[in-house]
Ligand binder design. Structure first.
Ligand code: CDP
Length: 221
């Protein structure tokens, strides 16, 4: 039995999950675990070693040796190197959903995530947290927004705003949504007991406020 609750936040690409999850964790004094960053870190490892994700044997060998972890400030480390700033490249975006669809990868990541979160007092965001990683989480959310708004938010996040194209971002998000929803192993689904919030037109402050109210109603803090 864990002594503190688990907050699960799932939803499609660019719904604002990581911004919101970080704020919720700060408000509750919980630890934030960005599970998307874990899949991205592994993908970066495959990109660097030019490993084809369809070569399951090679992926398995990498998984046996790779070390993926967080420090208390939320930075993500790949084999001891801080890779927090290098996980959102076009190359990683292009490959991450394929890597995340491999059963061997899902098994590895879900086990690691359960281990990191087992004591509770954590906020995890991803695609399968409330449905597969912690189906018994005390509080589950599903954050959504229109495709157009999600692409716009992503573009505003980008440091090279002038050089990225809204349509290309929209296509990348739509492609990943389709791959993440249609894969066989723990696809992106809205858990039946997840509180659904359509954040289209809502600023982050309002989303956080709505979620904290819901958390208080469920008296899990
Ligand atoms: O930030 P964004 O919503 O664009 O994506 P992310 O959370 O960084 O996740 C990147 C990719 O990792 C997703 O498109 C999924 O393919 C995969 N992922 C997953 O399969 N399961 C999770 N729990 C989290 C991410």
């Amino acid at each position: 039995m864990r002594s503190r609750p688990i907050i699960a936040i799932d939803g499609p690409a660019g719904a604002g999950k990581s911004t919101i999850a970080r704020k919720i964790a700060a408000a509750l004094n919980f630890v934030y675990i960005d599970t998307g960053a874990m899949y991205r870190a592994l993908t970066l490892r495959l990109v660097r070693s030019k490993t084809d994700p369809s070569d399951v044997g090679a992926v398995r060998t990498i998984l046996q040796a790779v070390r993926i972890g967080f420090d208390p400030s939320g930075k993500i480390f790949l084999d001891g190197e801080d890779v927090s700033g290098t996980l959102r490249t076009a190359e990683v975006n292009g490959m991450v959903s394929t890597v995340a669809g491999l059963p061997v990868v899902r098994e590895y990541m879900q086990k690691l995530q359960r281990e990191i979160g087992k004591e509770g007092g954590v906020v995890l965001d991803g695609r399968d947290i409330g449905s597969a990683v912690f189906p018994d989480a005390e509080c589950k959310f599903y954050l959504d927004a229109s495709l157009e708004e999600r692409a716009r938010r992503r573009m505003n996040d980008s440091k090279e705003q002038l050089f990225v194209n809204l349509e290309a971002i929209q296509q990348d998000i739509a492609r990943r949504d389709a791959a993440d929803s249609q894969r066989e192993h723990s696809p992106l689904v809205r858990a039946e007991d997840a509180h659904y919030i359509d954040t289209t037109g809502m600023g982050p402050g309002m989303v956080v406020e709505t979620m904290l109210e819901y958390i208080d109603q469920r008296s899990v803090r």
